[in-house]
Ligand binder design. Sequence first.
Ligand code: UDP
Length: 329
Amino acid sequence: MSTSLARNVLVAGGAGFLGSHLCDALIASGAHVVAVDNLQTSTGDNLRHLQRSPRFTFVRADIIEELPASALPERLDRVFNLACAASPPLYQADPEHTMMTNVVGTRNLLRLAERHGARFLQASTSEVYGDPEVHPQAEDYRGHVNCTGPRACYDEGKRAAEALCFDFDRQKRVELRLVRIFNTYGPRMHKDDGRIVSNVVSQALSNAALTVYGDGTQTRSFCFVADLVEGLMRAMEHEGVQPGPINLGNPFECTVLELVQRVLALTGSQSRVVFHPLPQDDPRRRRPDIVRAREILGWAPRTELADGLKKTIAWFREQEQEAEEGYRL
Ligand code: UDP
């Protein structure tokens, strides 16, 4: 997008999959970027190429603690909160930390934005809809979440964070933008993060068995990361009245088995498929209604699943090659 952002922007979760792509887009738009990350689910590799940019700073910190003022610029204009492990096995590994990241961490960042008079974008999630009884999911659907299940630390944490954000907005303490992000994939997904796209692509490339949980008839709608980042930038720079939550995702819905078949075809892999039990509370269907994003932000995803998967597979191949070359040295 062409909007120039000669601004000071903080990206919490900046070293992660989405955050690092967002940092790239912000730097390209002319912004000064401070990426904050505790490196819980990333190594910092995603940001290595930005290290030499005079407009980029990395701060290793956990948003559960207040960020040291000395590490931040005097003025912040924008705060993006993308900080939280988002893959079920990773966010369930330390559920207390996941909940606190969403509640205490979001409060800390909201207060920071309030002190700076910065606009605040909260990365919420399709998980606030839980295992939805309404399909596709529009923003006014209130969801069907199990508040005592293993996903609750994330789902309910994100729901509580939404409540906090909207209270800050009602009290005019921050200028809020809030997006609900649906499944997103692309280069820089961590191969071990346990999610469907990263799992099956890395399994296919190493001719390991492709793991399908349940019978594979559950659906998801996968959005390519470049499209999603464009949506984040548009949401943040949307002027005018606070538009409420906005779904960001690709409405093209497919079953897990269809995704697996596509990955097999695109990689030419001989891997077989093995079935594992469906994790508890795994949503049966998910597809965003993106009418609001289209109307308010003029945004819709542009990348077809086949093209996005090709780019993702190419990136995973490069990673494998680099790892092999590094090993030989
Ligand atoms: N899934 C799968 N095999 C895997 C990883 C995930 O079949 O190796 C399933 C998972 O049970 C879910 C869907 O793929 O139904 C998407 O899972 P993911 O963890 O990527 O995202 P989320 O459940 O958060 O939408």
